[in-house]
Design a protein around this ligand. Structure first.
Ligand code: ATP
Length: 368
């Protein structure tokens, strides 16, 4: 059963500004959908429209096949967890979680049952009588989630719920929320600007830029087949490397960079589509992990050896980041942690040509 459906939704303001334009996507029952994009791309606005906290300028919103554009937030059966948790400081954890149920006139027994159940799921039982100020950031976060759980909503909305936590706690809470999603068999819509959160948590990811959807895909599809340069650069860490260039050879065997020195033999991987781009400007993309420090003999046809000067070398423990330039363009390679090379030294690296991405320089759309 379809839980939430957005059809051509736009939000604009009196001054003519628009926050989002023509947004359409579906959230199926029990699905975990992540809205991701840089600051100001409109993701919170979309979530707030689903919750009913923001009016929809154009388009239709359905929850369980019922149009809800004009239904008030409290009648939408949706619970939202905010970035700042919005806990009541003078109330205990128990009272904070019980508050929404009291307002809705649930009886005492039912409230006790639901709060205790949520506290158990979230491992908050030892803290039920504490006030929020006596809790850690992660515990407060769990109380905010608890307040949503006790209502047993049809849909959970999360607006950057982990952004106030330190890096370690964020990773921990990320897995907790994923587990919770499975345990509750709930439908969740989650907003973040963090591509790692999006990739690890979502069944489906909606990538937004400037109020417009760029791509809706599963995490792996997004990673392997980004539709344009923005998505390619936004998903993946460190980001994909890009360099401008041209296909110059009629047979498609050479790729030459702006000042005509980087020549890559692409004959083994190019399909016919490249011919449409002959002598036109294109952008080549390669992810840092697709540049190797040792030749991969099994893949010998699809490799191009380059000799580079290492500007910066960052040992990360389990891997090493190498920074270097190709024809004035900054590149980064991510190699396994073996012997750490010296910065300033030169090194042979191998581009995995089978992993290259090509983009139209003008439209920035992927060329396949
Ligand atoms: P962040 O990650 O920074 O929270 P976001 O992706 O959630 O960003 P929104 O808060 O949804 O972005 O805002 C989307 C756009 O709408 C922004 O460019 C913002 O400036 C604009 N906007 C929001 N409210 C108004 C308003 N009342 N009048 C005009 N423009 C607005």
């Amino acid at each position: 059963m379809l839980k939430v459906q957005l059809k051509n939704i736009s939000k604009s303001y009196e001054n003519g500004n628009f926050a989002v334009k023509n947004i359409s996507f579906d959230v199926d029952d029990k699905e975990f959908v992540v809205l991701v994009g840089p600051s100001g791309c409109g993701k919170s606005t979309i979530l707030r429209m689903i919750a009913g906290l923001e009016e929809i300028t154009e388009g239709e919103l359905f929850i369980e096949d019922k149009k809800v554009n004009d239904i008030s937030p409290k009648d939408r059966n949706i619970a939202m967890v905010f970035q700042n948790y919005a806990l009541y400081p003078h109330m205990t954890v128990f009272e904070n979680m019980a508050f929404g149920l009291k307002l809705r006139k649930f009886n005492k027994e039912e409230i006790n049952l639901r709060v205790n159940e949520a506290a158990k799921i979230l491992e908050l039982e030892p803290y039920l009588q504490r006030k929020p100020k006596a809790l850690s950031g992660g515990q407060r976060q769990r109380v905010a989630v608890g307040r949503a759980i006790v209502r047993k909503p049809k849909v959970f909305l999360f607006d950057e719920p982990l952004s106030n936590l330190d890096a370690k706690m964020r990773v921990q809470m990320r897995t907790e929320i994923s587990k919770l999603h499975k345990k509750l068999e709930a439908t969740m819509i989650y907003v973040t600007h963090d591509q790692t959160e999006a990739m690890t948590m979502g069944n489906k990811i909606v990538v937004l830029k400037d109020g417009i959807i760029n791509q809706i895909s599963s995490p792996l599809e997004l990673y392997n087949f980004p539709v344009n340069k923005f998505v390619a650069g936004f998903i993946g860490s460190p980001s994909m490397n890009f360099i401008k260039g041209k296909f110059v050879d009629e047979l498609g065997i050479k790729f030459i960079s702006n000042n005509k020195t980087l020549k890559i033999n692409l004959s083994s991987i190019l399909n016919q589509n490249y011919k449409l781009y002959l002598n036109k400007d294109i952008i080549l993309g390669i992810r840092p992990e697709d540049i190797y420090d040792e030749s991969n003999n099994a893949n010998i046809l699809h490799q191009e050896k380059i000799n580079v000067e290492l500007e910066v070398v960052e040992p990360m423990g389990n891997e090493i980041y190498l920074y270097f330039q190709i024809e004035g363009t900054q590149f980064i390679a991510r190699i396994p942690a073996r012997e750490v090379p010296n910065s300033g030294s030169t090194k042979n690296l191998f581009l995995d040509l089978s992993k290259l991405h090509f983009f139209d320089a003008e439209s920035e759309l992927a060329i396949r």
